[in-house]
Design a protein around this ligand. Structure first.
Ligand SMILES: [Cu+2]
Length: 116
């Protein structure tokens, strides 16, 4: 009988732990960032500075930091943007964070945010 009581206490402790882990997971999940989580977290965004914007060709020149997912060292280079609308969010000289992927052999910028 005594061991049954201990078992009951143990079960309630385990479920309490599972409950708090669940709450923690929900608390750290930010709904607005769900889109980024498919590829990478926003912490993995590349830092850069806009050097030139060409809306006609959807190209943008960025002086960028290390791009870990492409194994690329820091440099200044021209990127194509996935969506032309991204170019409306930034101006030459802006410090930015951006996401970039290799797609069909081309390097494509998928997201740009002006860094604060
Ligand atoms: Cu580069």
């Amino acid at each position: 009988m005594k061991s049954m009581k201990q078992l009951a206490i143990l079960i309630s402790m385990v479920s309490a732990t599972a409950f708090s882990v669940n709450v923690l997971a929900q608390a750290t999940m930010e709904p607005g960032k769900m889109g980024d989580m498919k590829m990478m977290s926003s912490n993995d965004m590349v830092q850069g500075e806009i050097r030139k914007i060409d809306k006609d060709t959807s190209k943008i020149t960025i002086k960028h930091g290390e791009i870990k997912n492409l194994e690329m060292p820091p440099m200044t280079m021209v990127f194509t943007v996935k969506d032309k609308a991204l170019l409306d969010k930034v101006q030459t000289g802006d410090k930015v964070r951006f996401n970039v992927v290799r797609e069909d052999g081309k390097i494509v910028v998928t997201e740009i945010q002006v860094a604060k």
